[in-house]
Design a protein around this ligand. Structure first.
Ligand SMILES: Cc1cc2nc3c(=O)[nH]c(=O)nc-3n(C[C@H](O)[C@H](O)[C@H](O)COP(=O)(O)OP(=O)(O)OC[C@H]3O[C@@H](n4cnc5c(N)ncnc54)[C@H](O)[C@@H]3O)c2cc1C
Length: 503
């Protein structure tokens, strides 16, 4: 299935070289999404020699698969949950810091003349008759307390039961913004590399960053990889989720420019429009679930499509894609020096609000590296311990990881023989006493790899839509041949050779 996001239609493809020799810099940035590229911009502007090492193409990770909305409030459990987990003061700090990050993006676009369809629009939260009205009311109260300018209008042609708008939020093309920014900041002091995969990071007197193209020696490292690569304490307090997007052309009556969150009973669907050379598109995002817990995930796209067809006059379905997000158990991202490290910075736990949080993370971490004061450093401190704020989610998440570790190892076996694995399917089998992940492609070829995730040893699960092996424990994802797609794992799943007779 083609999972190209709509953003590619307007984004000119920008090519960066790959690292082919050893280099020395002040700061090595692993990951070229919005977090890594913004950090590279800030640090190189301040005179640091930086390198961005991107394993795929710049901005094509979660950044290029997001919705491109920029707003001061937060999704997931909302501002009212931050107030109850933390305090009203922390809730306000979140709103203020996020608003500053959105202003920073706008200023950068203006200063560097970046074409990325940025515009100021309202962010609207509403519930229809059957929706979650109490959530909307709780959020309205928090938005007022945080001093945001709100209106009771929701300019949308749907039957809104209750709702409000926060004015002066924003939208852009996230792929175009991030890749253009990377292109504009490239210089001798700011090297940007595509297809340069980091395979190991060692912290010592200096840091050594090994890649498939050369070794980088650096004074500091920023792990801007959405979730840090390797084994980090922070993984135990985050839940990985996948979420789905559908873009359609309507016959008529598009919603006006804006970010529209329709609060359903347990989740929200996010709606926005985007103008492409093929016409205006209406995009809906939603149906998130924990990574590796829904094999037949085509149903997620079907639900989004069904919603659009019920509410709007849909002419054609144009794009479908999905992406990953990491939710922290206490509701705040983890930004700064990682626990147990002295020179490695992390930026993670953004949930689905990370275009703004990623920008904010880059602002905080670059101030820390430049030894400048940053008023938000402490709020988002990476190594914080928050037993009360994170207790329920922390326990839930680690019980779930323990459950998958033990139960899947003991019982997960979905086929006895290779011929039970049909075209495009993936099944867990025991081969020569080893747990294997077996996939049959459309040409009938078998792909067999170890089913044990190389991060912390959980058994991977099949993802039908994306034809990948996904780990339910910490969100690592692998191709059918075992290559890492995303998540904390660094090493590939081991390839298993099978004899002709066993086929
Ligand atoms: C469906 C969906 C919609 C969303 N919509 C929004 C939205 O509208 N607004 C919002 O604020 N947030 C949104 N988000 C969240 C947002 O997309 C992310 O939080 C944000 O893009 C994270 O940026 P990042 O730079 O930290 O990570 P990424 O963009 O994922 O960048 C990390 C990069 O690291 C690279 N990498 C990984 N491993 C290695 C390695 N070993 N070596 C080198 N490079 C490596 C990856 O290839 C990747 O390019 C959404 C999320 C989802 C799931």
């Amino acid at each position: 299935m083609d999972t190209t996001p709509v953003w590619k239609t307007n984004a000119q493809e920008i090519f960066f070289p790959s690292l082919a020799n050893d280099i020395t810099v002040d700061v090595a940035i692993v990951g070229g999404g919005i977090t890594g590229i913004t950090a590279a911009y800030l640090l190189s502007s301040a005179g640091k020699r930086v390198v961005v090492l991107e394993s795929g193409k710049i901005a094509n990770g979660s950044t290029g698969h997001s919705t491109g909305n920029l707003y001061a409030p937060v999704g997931n459990d909302g501002l009212h949950s931050l107030k109850s987990k933390w305090s009203e003061d922390v809730m306000r700090q979140v709103v203020t810091s996020r608003a500053e990050a959105v202003d920073f993006i706008e200023a950068t676009i203006n200063e560097l003349n970046i074409e990325c369809d940025f515009k100021r629009v309202p962010w609207c939260l509403f519930a229809e008759k059957s929706g979650n009205k109490s959530y909307v009311e709780a959020e309205r109260k928090m938005a007022e307390k945080a001093g945001l300018t709100i209106s009771n209008e929701v300019p949308l042609n749907l039957p809104v039961e209750t709702g409000f708008s926060i004015l002066n939020q924003a939208q852009f093309n996230p792929l175009q913004y991030t890749s253009s920014l990377a292109q504009k900041i490239q210089s001798d002091n700011c090297q940007v590399y595509d297809f340069t995969k980091v395979t190991n990071v060692k912290e010592g007197e200096t840091c050594t960053v090994e890649t498939n193209g050369g070794t980088v020696t650096a004074s500091q490292v920023i792990m801007a990889t959405h979730t840090p690569k390797g084994i980090y304490l922070v993984h135990t307090s985050m839940e990985p989720y996948r979420e789905y997007a559908v873009a359609v052309i309507l016959n008529s009556d598009y919603p006006p420019p804006g970010i529209f969150w329709n609060m359903l009973s347990t989740q929200h669907y996010s709606l926005r429009t985007y103008d492409t050379p093929d016409g205006r598109m209406l995009i809906v995002i939603g149906e998130s679930h924990k990574v590796g817990t829904r094999e037949w995930n085509n149903e997620c796209f079907q639900k989004l499509e069904g919603f659009l067809r019920r509410k709007f006059d849909v002419a054609s379905i144009e794009y479908k894609w999905s992406a990953q997000q990491y939710r922290s158990s206490d509701g705040l991202p983890h930004i700064g020096i990682s626990t147990g490290n002295k020179k490695t910075y992390i930026a993670t736990g953004f949930a689905a609000d990370g275009l703004t949080y990623g920008t904010l993370a880059a602002m905080i971490i670059s101030d820390q590296i430049l030894e400048r004061e940053n008023k938000w450093s402490n709020t988002y401190k990476a190594g914080r311990l928050t037993p009360v704020a994170s207790f329920t989610n922390f326990v839930k998440e680690n019980v779930s990881v323990g459950f998958h570790l033990v139960k899947d190892h003991l019982t997960k076996k979905e086929a006895e023989q290779f011929d039970q694995v049909r075209s495009k399917e993936g099944k867990i089998m025991t081969v020569d006493g080893k747990k294997c992940a077996v996939h049959r492609d459309e040409e009938g070829n078998l792909h067999v790899v170890s089913a044990i995730c190389t991060h912390l040893g959980c058994v991977v699960h099949w993802n039908w839509n994306e034809q990948s092996w996904d780990c339910p424990c910490h969100g690592s994802r692998f191709t059918v041949d075992g290559e890492v797609i995303e998540g904390p794992a660094i090493a590939s799943l081991k390839k298993i050779t099978i004899t002709t007779e066993s086929r």
